[in-house]
Design a protein around this ligand. Structure first.
Ligand code: ATP
Ligand code: MG
Length: 196
């Protein structure tokens, strides 16, 4: 047994969750031998305005997509907190919950990592978790803007999928089969999400 448990945190809007998110989380879990990866759907993402699906729908799609993986879990921490979601609050909550016995690994795609210094209390954020930046088609993966030893870069299988493209496909009546898990395809249809 290791001295400290390792927990990955995969933050996202997950509107909807897709295979790009799942492959990233799975690769980082394996690479760092994480005990678990906790998916944390945002409450009201302050950068995306109000135009996102209800938190409960995004939460349920995340549960459906991760349910079969024994190392994947979903947290309500951000959707149950009032006000806009800031990752600094997520990391403070997780630190308070797990204490110093646990090492936190915060997983981000290349696009998110590039902008991370603009996030609220960025330097404190980088001190509360080790950041793992993963490759994402169309974006440059770099940690040159970050303080030394705060992040690790990981190459993951390229999945040219985004939630915005999935939403646009539903609007246009195109299929999202195989871009998102089957249960998520069916949930989107059942709740009539993304129809204009
Ligand atoms: P949107 O198009 O609405 O912004 P998205 O596909 O970017 O959605 P988010 O919920 O914004 O999904 O992303 C959550 C996290 O997952 C971010 O760190 C993002 O960089 C990462 N991510 C999303 N899609 C991929 C992908 N295809 N490959 C690697 N990382 C990804
Ligand atoms: Mg995004």
């Amino acid at each position: 047994m290791r001295e400290r448990r390792r927990i990955g945190i995969m933050g996202g809007t997950f509107d909807p969750i897709h295979h790009g998110h799942l492959v990233a989380a799975s690769e980082v879990q394996s690479r760092f031998d994480l005990d678990e990866v906790v998916f944390v759907p945002t409450g009201q993402p302050y950068q995306k305005g109000g135009a996102v699906s209800p938190p409960e729908d995004r939460y349920l799609m995340t549960v459906i997509a991760t349910a079969s993986n024994p190392r994947f879990h979903v947290s309500r921490a951000d959707i149950d907190r009032d006000g806009p979601t800031y990752t600094i609050d997520t990391l403070r909550d997780f630190n308070a919950l797990y204490g110093p016995e646990v090492e936190l690994y915060f997983i981000t795609g290349a696009d998110a990592l590039a902008k991370i210094l603009s996030w609220k209390d960025a330097l404190e954020m980088l001190s509360l978790a080790h950041f793992v930046g993963v490759t994402r088609p169309g974006f440059e993966l770099s940690d040159e803007h970050l303080p030394d030893h705060t992040a690790t870069l990981v190459e993951v299988p390229a999945m040219a999928i985004s939630s915005s493209a999935c939403r646009a496909r539903v609007v246009q009546g195109e299929p999202v089969w195989y871009l998102v898990p089957d249960g998520v395809v069916q949930y989107i249809a059942k709740r009539e999400l993304y129809r204009e």
